[in-house]
Design a protein around this ligand. Structure first.
Ligand SMILES: NC(=O)c1ccc[n+]([C@@H]2O[C@H](COP(=O)([O-])OP(=O)(O)OC[C@H]3O[C@@H](n4cnc5c(N)ncnc54)[C@H](OP(=O)(O)O)[C@@H]3O)[C@@H](O)[C@H]2O)c1
Length: 254
């Protein structure tokens, strides 16, 4: 059961399709939903399903956000400040990412840099832009979790150094694997910096899921992955702070 009743606001990046859209769908339908669901998309006008959802449910705010553009990030932060007001922002989910094919033959400097920009650098700078709002929420609560203030970085098991061996090494991607590994380190750095302020930071792996990124052979549907993932997120506490966890709540090897 998804229980977000104590979480006033959740912001999701990349909510126009895939897992981000599924998060918005399930949060909006939950009986114990967050008051404000802030669904961001690079091109909101193209996100037809998201727009339909926003029309049929209360307090889904669709706003424009390209995570790689400072101008867009700053404008989004201002809009969100207006939406959440003095409550601040309880939960930021850095979900948007890219996966550009890059095995040893096809990898290029450009693909490495573009992937790092979206998957590693952007989540850090999006988090920095929303920090005043996360801090505002953190100042009003106690303990750690989404009832107070949390940064959830959607990572991948493919970012694990230890698991990139044997069978675990069958998916070849220099850019994606390295970018998610670096995102894990960014998450851990944020966790050490923000612990004192009570802002929970976690890297989460959603499983291998049938989206445009995961492809049709993936074992999990978006519904299965996200119902489990949202449940895990709602139960995160201080003991999970700085962790690397999958959609079942199990810790992953770094
Ligand atoms: N699917 C899997 O099996 C799997 C496994 C492990 C981890 N993950 C992680 O889960 C997250 C969601 O993946 P997914 O499967 O939903 O991927 P997806 O179907 O490819 O969707 C990616 C989303 O990211 C958005 N995005 C990309 N670049 C952006 C930018 N610069 N600004 C704003 N939005 C941007 C896309 O928006 P546009 O529509 O505008 O392109 C889209 O909404 C990612 O972090 C991914 O790495 C997925």
């Amino acid at each position: 059961m998804i229980n977000y009743s104590k979480c006033h606001s959740v912001l999701i990046t990349g909510a126009g399709r895939g897992l981000g859209l599924q998060m918005v769908k399930q949060l909006a339908a939950a009986p114990e939903r967050p008051k404000n669901i802030i669904a961001t998309a690079r091109n909101p006008d193209d996100a037809v399903e998201l727009q339909k959802l926003a029309k049929s449910h209360q307090r889904i705010h669709v706003i424009s956000l390209d995570i790689t553009s400072d101008t867009s990030v700053d404008a989004a932060a201002q809009t969100v400040e207006f939406i959440v007001g003095a409550d601040g922002l309880n939960c930021l989910i850095n979900n948007a990412a890219v996966n550009i094919s890059s095995d040893l033959n096809t990898v290029t400097r450009d693909v490495m840099m573009k992937t790092f920009e979206s998957n590693t650098v952007a989540p850090l700078f999006v988090t920095k832009a929303f920090l005043p709002l996360l801090r505002g929420a953190a100042a009003q609560g106690s303990g750690m979790g989404i009832h107070r203030s949390a940064v959830i970085n959607v990572s991948s098991v493919l970012g694990s150094v230890q698991l990139n061996w044997g069978e675990g090494a069958s998916f070849k991607s220099y850019a994606y694997r390295a970018s998610k590994c670096a995102l894990n380190m960014v998450t851990r750095c944020l966790a050490t910096d923000l612990e004192e302020e009570g802002i929970l930071c976690v890297a989460l792996h959603p499983g291998w899921v049938r989206t445009d990124m995961g492809g049709p052979m993936a074992p999990l549907s978006p519904e299965e992955s996200i119902s489990s993932l949202l449940n895990v997120i709602s139960g995160l506490t201080k003991k999970d702070h700085g962790g690397y966890v999958d959609y079942t709540g199990s810790n992953l090897l770094w």
